[in-house]
Design a binder for this molecule. Structure first.
Ligand code: 2AM
Ligand code: CA
Ligand code: CA
Ligand code: CA
Length: 263
């Protein structure tokens, strides 16, 4: 398989899917809830995933797809080519704001990320990376991330993880919020990872993300020297949900060592 051909193919699918999502604003949105009242899905999430799967299955019948909305394959291992797709990351933003949502896609071969994409649909921006060949913001090469001091950092974190919760010691989170220069929450894990790799954030953390939220971003992060682990400083398992931290080197170590304590 020629990785450059696969890259071109994936990019053209993403651009077409982004166009379809934008066009959908002229049609009626059907909103449903999933596991809980604020866990939302729309007909456009589902149609976008089906659009990708229809093309991939036709053109690459031996590739498998791990998608959030469940129209792909039942993935129990990462053998061969696996496309990890979140058709709309930030569905609540898609519904309420009509912005700040992304298509997130990672293509893995035997468990190794070879291509990664984050498409900020309403900004018309595509971040892409190919293993060993660097990362790009549209056509511009993204430079390696630089070191950051915690006092001068902006951290992406959802307020849910700062108030007392069953996952994380909130004293450490309060100290973190008081130490950093600022915090932000954009409501799309993929966009927050995109902001770390392009230097707009210095770190992003979450207590609960799924493989399709992070698979594309992990390929990009690696190419620019950003560090990705779970919140216990261990490798991510792309077959399960994970806690998640992407950060500039140095800052990553400081966060896991001094601030983040899981219960
Ligand atoms: P989603 O919009 O594709 O569901 C919101 O803070 C971020 O967390 C989004 O990237 C969202 O992805 C993701 N997320 C992961 N699991 C979630 C869940 N159970 N409920 C809501 N958002 C979730
Ligand atoms: Ca969802
Ligand atoms: Ca998601
Ligand atoms: Ca989604």
């Amino acid at each position: 398989m020629d990785i450059h051909k696969l890259d071109k193919y994936a990019k053209s699918l993403i651009k077409e899917a982004a166009g379809r999502i934008k066009a959908s604003f002229n049609t009626e949105l059907i909103i449903e809830t999933k596991s809980e009242a604020n866990d939302l899905v729309t007909n456009i999430d589902k149609e976008t995933e089906q659009f990708f799967i229809g093309h991939i299955k036709r053109d690459f019948p031996d590739h498998r797809i791990f998608g959030e909305e469940g129209f792909g394959d039942n993935i129990q291992d990462l053998n061969g080519y696996v496309w990890m797709l979140d058709p709309i990351d930030g569905t609540m933003n898609f519904i309420h704001q009509k912005k700040n949502f992304a298509i997130s896609l990672g293509i893995y071969k035997d468990g190794v990320g070879i291509l990664g994409y984050i498409c900020n649909v309403m900004e018309d921006d595509l971040i892409s990376a190919s293993l060993g060949e660097g990362a790009y913001f549209n056509d511009l090469r993204i430079p390696n991330v630089e070191q950051a001091r915690i006092e001068q950092s902006i951290i992406g974190i959802n307020a849910s993880w700062v108030v007392p919760n069953k996952y994380i010691e909130h004293e450490g989170m309060i100290e973190l919020v008081q130490t950093v220069r600022g915090t932000r929450s954009y409501g799309s894990a993929a966009i927050e990872i995109a902001y770390v790799v392009t230097g707009k954030l210095d770190a992003y953390m979450s207590m609960r993300l799924s493989p399709w939220d992070i698979a594309g971003g992990m390929v990009v992060a690696k190419e620019v020297g950003a560090i990705v682990t779970n919140l216990e400083d261990k490798p991510i398992n792309l077959l399960t949900q994970n806690t998640f931290l992407v950060a500039k080197p140095g800052l990553h170590k400081e966060l896991v060592t001094n601030y983040i304590k899981l219960k």
